[in-house]
Design a protein around this ligand. Structure first.
Ligand SMILES: Nc1ncnc2c1ncn2[C@@H]1O[C@H](COP(=O)(O)OP(=O)(O)OP(=O)(O)O)[C@@H](O)[C@H]1O
Ligand SMILES: [Mg+2]
Length: 377
């Protein structure tokens, strides 16, 4: 079994660190605060949420629900996913809880129900069944409030709701959420720009309604100890320097280190040793596997966008990418076209930023793409 999990639920023994964040988030939940969990992409938000759901202080005490709304583009779909998640989580549990849910969601009675012959729960819910989304949403919140255990609902990629065509979604959700005593929410997502606007501008409905937590890199030393231990258990030699080398190469972005070690682990044999050369070889093969996808992304960009993306990849990290100095250094056209290109790339989530010493540092969101750009251009 590969101890570097890339998908599914990571068993506790293979989950690296995040002890402080876990403690902070659980304490907030126990104090009935909602959480706004943000990070750059692939840093580990979703896995942290799952890890928290599996914690002793949460697992049996709360009904835990998780839905990823990245693919949704309307209130109707949001309601669909919320309803479906609750149903699916309750089915394997106590009959009483499911009965309460089905009794509350009257507007979808035809889609959820019990088989009259076997008495087994059945579901035939389509997005088209949601004909009165506001009503169904209200019923869903009513259920969460009445449930016999406190509820914890994580809505991942929450920034998506700001793109719905309906004008009042934020206000509508906020009105319900504000009134709840039996349910806490974890709102999470990587579009920091949109989420910060939603939660920290005074004029917005969600203003100040959740404790913001920004998830950073896993501590370098902790990650090194974790990785060395996993290889050691398999009889494979790897030095802390080699793990650190890979960590630094991907700037500590969790998924990218983890993917490289996952692949190394899959190929090396007991008694082998892993060094920087091995890391480079595995990274090269990952870049090669993805090069078609990367080329395709490039082919969809304008010249100015390509130039900006390459410049950001090379400067790593890029500060003030629309300044005259940056434009000259990277032979871009002009600050105004740089501005436009940057906005597009941010919107497409190809570029991301973090804030260091009050200044934004831009980088390519996908760290493998970043390596590929540096090597290709
Ligand atoms: N604490 C951890 N221990 C071990 N592996 C981890 C940990 N956190 C994240 N990972 C690895 O990194 C990958 C990415 O994590 P995750 O999907 O949680 O990131 P995310 O921030 O939700 O990303 P996205 O923004 O793309 O949704 C996981 O699939 C897993 O391989
Ligand atoms: Mg995620």
């Amino acid at each position: 079994m590969n101890p570097f999990f890339l998908t599914g639920i990571i068993p506790n023994a293979y989950f690296c660190d995040r002890e402080k964040e876990t403690e902070t988030i659980i304490t907030h939940i126990e104090n009935q605060s909602n959480i706004l969990l943000t990070s750059s992409r692939r840093m580990g938000k979703t896995q942290l949420i799952r890890h928290i759901f599996n914690n002793d202080r949460i697992r049996d005490k709360y009904h835990t629900f998780y839905t990823d709304i990245y693919a949704t583009s309307s209130l109707r779909e949001l309601v669909f996913f919320l309803g479906k998640e609750i149903y699916q989580r309750l089915v394997p549990g106590e009959k009483k809880a499911l009965k309460l849910f089905l009794g509350t969601i009257r507007s979808l009675a035809a889609a959820f129900g019990m088989d009259p012959v076997t008495g087994e729960p059945r579901i035939n819910l389509q997005i088209g069944n949601i004909t009165a989304p506001e009503l169904t949403l209200e019923e869903i919140f009513t259920y969460l409030e009445k449930a016999e255990k406190p509820c914890l609902f994580a809505i991942d990629e929450f920034q998506q709701i700001s793109r719905y065509p309906e004008a009042n979604v934020e206000a509508l959700l906020r009105t319900h959420i504000q009134k709840m005593n039996n349910c806490c929410f974890i709102f999470s997502g990587s579009d920091r720009h949109i989420l910060e606007q939603m939660f920290s501008s005074y004029a917005k409905p969600f203003y100040n309604s959740a404790q913001p937590i920004n998830l950073g890199r896993i501590d370098r030393d902790k990650y090194i100890r974790f990785a060395v231990k996993q290889f050691d258990s398999a009889g494979v030699q790897i030095s802390p320097e080699t793990v650190g080398y890979c960590y630094d190469k991907f700037d500590g972005y969790t998924y990218y280190n983890h993917k490289v070690f996952h692949d190394i682990y899959a190929f090396v044999k007991n008694g082998a040793s892993v060094d920087k050369e091995t890391v480079e070889q595995v990274v090269d093969s990952i870049l090669e596997e993805n090069s078609h996808t990367f080329s395709e992304v490039m082919s969809g960009l304008s010249i100015a966008q390509k130039q900006m993306l390459v410049a950001v990849a090379k400067e790593k990290p890029a500060r003030r990418p629309t300044s005259g100095a940056f434009v000259r250094r990277n032979a871009l056209d002009s600050p105004s076209s740089a501005q436009k290109a940057l906005a597009k790339l941010l919107d497409a989530q190809l570029i991301t930023y973090t804030v260091a010493d009050g200044e934004k540092e831009y980088s390519v969101a996908d760290k493998f793409f970043e390596c590929w750009l540096r090597e290709t251009y």
